[in-house]
Design a protein around this ligand. Sequence first.
Ligand code: HEM
Length: 474
Amino acid sequence: FMKRRKKWSHYPPGPVSLPFIGTMLYVDFCNPHLSFNQLQKKFGNIFSLQNCWTNVVVLNGYKTVKEALVHRSEDFADRPYIPMYEHVGYGNKSEGIVIARYGHVWKELRKFTLSTLRNFGMGKKSLEDRVTEEAGFLCSAVSSEKGHPFDLRFLVNNAVCNVICTTIYGERFDYGDDTFKKLLHLFENSLNEEAGFLPQLLNVVPILLRIPGVPQKVFRGQKAFMDFIDVLINKHMETWNPAYIRDFSDAFLKEMEKGKMAEESGFNYNNLRLVTADLFAAGSETTSTTLRWAVLYMLLHPEIQSKVQAEIDKVIGRERSPTMKDQVSMPYTSAVIHEVQRYGDVAPIGLPHMTYRDTELQGFFIPKGTTIIINLSSVLKDETVWEKPNEFYPEHFLDANGQFVKPEAFLPFSAGRRACLGEQLAKLELFIFFTTLLQKFTFVLPEDQPRPREDGNFALMSSPHPYLVQAVPR
Ligand code: HEM
């Protein structure tokens, strides 16, 4: 007992906790990373909070985050249990991947997902072809706006979601398709529902979720999104032929057939729903939001846009489609894309982690079961690492000779065991979509429009405030 008490005396400092609500009033849940930056100044890189009775520790800055996620990878590899997803089937035997507890089932599902996506071309040529083809559809849709001001958001969302849809369900949708529009709308609603104070409260006081009708009312969009996924999966099962694997869902169904061992490794029907919903959720909005930041920065920095276009013209020309092989010969474009990810900072607080065992970090004691927030924003904008952390400055990724370099603090995909599973796919999409768009169009700010805001709008992710753009054919 004395030993443990001594350990607790090294628990990270934090603001004074109030009865029942703990320190929840210190955090603006609509902009948590900004609150964390303030608290970091007061309490240092490792500080503690209390969401009602849940212990939370926030990690800030490159050095601290690297030490936790890379050097003590397993200690920080767990995820907290999130009761608000129970009503869509998340629970004991099925947790998907993104919020699955660390252990055998998560490991098996992650391994299976990575290798299956790779076999369908993740990082290989066939998926690259798919993305290239979709970039063509995207350019046609942008062309049909005929140089008039428009919001790029819907088209980019459609393009990115189509890449995920073909990989998981073997199906792409036309941009005007009503069902697809509905899906994107539902998905957006469900993201908005999960941000803010109320969902946080429901997670830490899950008994409130037992009040009849509460989850259905608060998370209506989430439920509707899952219903939609169910329709896609059921349609798939009707046409499934085990001899012929068309896509990710088929590969999962085949795995489910393997019996008890597979069942124990998490290959059950409910996990098929949750894993595919995870890939959809984690893989679409992140990438499309990054692309929207990319175009916004090109509007705000036309000289940078011209330099990217000059490099595209030199290396690829105006006709041939860009390929991933071009990337090595395009240091400036690569630097711009990386800077978009750094400065755009789309996942400022990543996803919550949880300590898997008692651990120690820079002399602080962090007990097993503590919720850990990784303030990725504080890494991507760490003043001790980046020359101009709060400016859009592609030179962060160029050496004195104009060659591409990647500082270690570039961690938009996080690091360690729970690092983003879709990093390769995301990089492929960002490069191909961005270069294809700038090869075909110059993006300008419509004359009557105000200068777009550079600060993000936070709803689990940080995305640009809506803006209009004109795409002038080149
Ligand atoms: C997890 C970022 C694209 C699938 C994550 C995490 C971040 C992230 C910060 C949390 C890591 C952690 O907990 O420490 C991004 C960004 C993307 C992107 C910035 C695009 C620009 C994708 C794509 C896919 C994907 C395209 C899928 C095909 C996942 C999955 C996880 C994850 C499944 C959970 C991993 C686990 O818990 O084991 N991503 N991601 N992501 N991402 Fe991504």
